[in-house]
Structure formats: structure tokens, C-alpha cells
Design a protein. Structure first.
Length: 241
């Protein structure tokens, strides 16, 4: 950038920068931030989203928007479908659906949950890996899930033209010995989600990772109707009856 006429602006939560924010509250319902002396509640979740909000704020100010108006608009932002999208059941079980389908994304989601939780709740993670895609991430994904969760259900994602049981077996190779008792393998994704719901006690948190906003599951070239959020919502409602 030193060879351009562009202006450089920085943003940070914990160090000096042109734009700075402080996290006052970090909850499943959202974030209370203090930006340049003004408090704003946003409906986005997690420290990573605090950075995102601050980046948006700084960009808006640089483009000439007024500070308070920018904060007002930020407070109206909604989460993108399938990105940390959550519901809370009648028994206070929180179910979160997220598109996290890479090791980094899954780790960010689980660390965000662990930052928010009080540690009294179980974190139950349902996760799979897609077929005909990068095989090297499979054991890494399972390793992260089992390290950062209390219970894990390994299942199918979009197996495409691969055998889903083989995919799950490759994932299991990444589970450390001390975490193996936490892990179940259920090939059928619908049944995996139902099992996670059955395992959950009041105040527990279920993470369903990998598909997010997708409303299908691809098996042998066929896309079948499948909606993680719809299934977990229906299952939790049935369990409450």
C-alpha cells in the first residue's frame, strides 16, 4: 500500500487502531458493542462478528456516513440464513445450524460457543464431510469437533458418489483416544440430528455443521430435500410433546 495513493485505515478490538470496539456482552442473542464511545446491540454472534461489524462501521464512516446512523443500521442487521442460525426449544435447548464445512470454520464456530457458554451446558456437535471433495480435512474436522465438544455425532454431509460410511471412517481417524467415548457414528443425517436432540438436556447447545442454508442432500447424483433447521426444529417440538 505504500506505493499507492490509497488511505490505510485499521480496526481492532484489543490494540490501537483507527477504529476500535469493545465487547461489553457476548451472548447467543447477540453482541453489545461499544464503538467510539457509543453502545450498540447487534443481532450477530461471536467475537469474529464483532470484527466484521467494526470493519463495516469503519468503511461506512470513510464513505461519509454519519456515525449514529451507521450504528442504527448495524443494529438492524440480521444473520444470513445458515450462518449461526439458531432456535431455542421450549425446554431451552439451543440448536444452531451453521455452514461450517472446513476445519477453520468449524473451529471458529465451536470456539465462539465455548466463549459464550457457562460450561454447565453440554455442547453436542453433528458434523459430516462432503464426498468427492478434499479428503485430508476429514480427520481434522472430527478431531476439532471431538476436542471442542462434549458429544459428537459423525454423519453424512453430501456424500455425492462416495460411500458415506467410508467418509465417516476416515473422519474417525482424527479422533484422539481420550475423546473417542464422546463420539457416535450415525450414517443417516436425519437420524443423527434426531439423536443429538434426544441426547440434549435443558440448556444444552446443539451444533449442526456443514450444510447451513442448503435445503438438499446430494446422494449418487440425486438431490433430495433436506433442511437441517427444519428437521431439528420439528424433532425438538416432538420431544416436548
Amino acid at each position: 500500500m505504500q506505493n499507492t495513493v490509497a488511505k490505510k485505515r485499521s480496526y481492532a478490538l484489543k490494540s490501537y487502531a483507527d477504529y476500535r470496539a469493545q465487547i461489553l456482552e457476548n451472548q447467543l442473542g447477540g453482541l453489545l458493542l461499544k464503538i467510539e464511545g457509543n453502545e450498540v446491540w447487534v443481532k450477530l454472534i461471536g467475537t469474529f462478528n464483532a470484527y466484521n461489524v467494526l470493519a463495516i462501521y469503519g468503511t461506512a464512516i470513510e464513505l461519509g456516513l454519519e456515525s449514529l446512523e451507521t450504528l442504527r443500521l448495524l443494529s438492524e442487521l440480521e444473520s444470513v440464513s445458515g450462518r449461526f442460525q439458531y432456535i431455542v426449544s421450549a425446554t431451552n435447548v439451543t440448536a444452531i445450524v451453521d455452514y461450517a464445512h472446513t476445519p477453520d470454520a468449524l473451529e471458529n464456530v465451536l470456539k465462539t460457543i465455548n466463549d459464550i457458554r457457562t460450561t454447565k451446558e453440554q455442547v453436542i456437535t453433528v458434523v459430516g464431510c462432503g464426498g468427492n471433495r478434499d479428503k485430508t480435512k476429514r480427520p481434522i474436522m472430527a478431531g476439532i469437533a471431538s476436542e471442542l465438544s462434549d458429544k459428537v455425532v459423525l454423519t453424512s454431509d453430501n456424500p455425492r458418489n462416495e460411500n458415506p460410511d467410508v467418509i465417516i471412517a476416515e473422519m474417525e481417524l482424527g479422533v484422539e483416544a481420550q475423546n473417542f467415548k464422546k463420539v457416535l457414528a450415525i450414517t443417516d443425517r436425519r437420524q443423527a440430528i434426531k439423536t443429538a436432540c434426544q441426547l440434549a438436556q435443558p440448556n444444552d447447545i446443539i451444533i449442526i455443521a456443514g450444510k447451513g442454508h442448503e435445503t438438499y442432500q446430494e446422494i449418487k447424483g440425486v438431490r433430495n430435500d433436506f433442511d437441517d433447521m427444519k428437521i431439528v426444529k420439528e424433532t425438538l417440538e416432538q420431544l416436548h410433546k
